[in-house]
Design a protein around this ligand. Structure first.
Ligand SMILES: [Zn+2]
Length: 321
């Protein structure tokens, strides 16, 4: 009868150590299934929902991928941090984070991203872009002070982000005037140039963005009712418009002062000559009648039309054919 020979104790310790090391190595690997977004330029949806908790739609957040690296995060709503972890993006690659406005569903997870990046190899600054304020909303600078201020910030233990001291990388702030009605350049990095203009989101200081990279133009509406001609002017001929679709056509006036109706989305995209319209920021009230709204939009807008899903990558066409 065969008998198992007992391992000599030194060998047993060695194999236990190797198993432990293997476990550490496996834990350090990126999660399986996550793929780099393809093409020279892509947009990945981290969150296609609004402020209501939803199993399949996180709140607002998008990544702009350039040559296989995620370079820009637009908005940091609830749930997007976990989606970021599910994506193949590396937080050390980000050149900037741009917030369209300071509603919870667009900004609440900013501290989580910054804290996460602290554990990586990042030493270079991470610029943060955001709007000016008004009586009801802090401007970006006050927002960051209230989060990270040394004496009274909610997360004062991370105050080094504001000064770039104590082992923290710096977060330079680029504040854009939300009352502006002229598109303007707000940030230039080695991988993209970011333009902004104020947009109308009820009483909320809010920005719309245009990203130019490698000859492509990507527009982010943020939340807006579509009535500001400056935004249409800024995004003229854009390859992609990521647009909030949060209300149905027959919505009330209050909601319509915050978000564009489907007919207004169609008019904006058509007038601006947008090539691809990606509807996002869906909420139960807009999703319930989605097919009706798509039909309505298609009557006026004849470019490519897509409904966003979390983690989808939208590849931009190769160059200007
Ligand atoms: Zn929103």
């Amino acid at each position: 009868m065969l008998q198992k020979r007992p391992l000599n104790p030194a060998l047993r310790r060695l194999s236990a150590a190797m198993l432990c090391l293997l476990g550490v190595l496996i834990a350090a690997l990126p999660s399986t299934g996550a793929a780099v977004c393809p093409g020279p330029v892509s947009v990945q949806v981290l969150g296609s929902g609004g402020p209501i908790a939803n199993s399949s739609r996180a709140s607002a957040g998008y990544l702009v991928w350039v040559d296989g690296s995620a370079r820009l995060l637009v908005d940091a709503g609830g749930g997007t941090f976990a989606r970021f972890g599910e994506s193949a993006a590396d937080i050390a690659d980000l050149d900037a984070i741009a917030l369209t406005h300071l509603h919870v569903d667009h900004a609440v997870e900013l501290p989580a991203y910054l804290k996460s990046a602290w554990f990586g190899p990042r030493e270079r600054p991470l610029p943060i872009v955001g709007p000016s304020g008004n009586r009801a909303f802090p401007d970006l600078t006050a927002f960051m002070q209230r989060l990270f201020g040394q004496d009274s910030g909610a997360f004062q233990y991370l105050s080094g982000y504001l000064s770039g001291s104590g082992g923290f990388f710096k977060t330079p702030l680029y504040e854009s005037d939300a009352d502006s009605r002229e598109p303007h350049e707000i940030l230039k990095t080695p991988h993209f140039t970011l333009f902004a203009t104020g947009v109308t989101h009820g009483p909320v200081p809010a920005l719309g963005y245009l990203v130019e990279t490698g000859g492509r133009r990507i527009a982010f509406s943020g939340d807006q009712n579509g009535n500001n001609p400056a935004f249409g002017k800024m995004i003229a001929g854009a390859d992609l418009l990521v647009m909030d679709h949060a209300v149905p056509e027959n919505t009330d006036d209050t909601a319509a002062s915050l978000h564009a109706r489907p007919s207004e989305i169609a008019q904006l995209a058509d007038d601006a000559g947008v090539r691809h319209l990606l509807l996002s920021h869906l909420m139960p009230r807009s999703e319930r009648v989605l097919q009706d709204s798509l039909a309505l939009i298609s009557k006026r807008y004849h470019g490519k039309l897509t409904v966003a899903e979390d983690l989808m990558c939208v590849q931009l066409p190769h160059g200007k054919e």
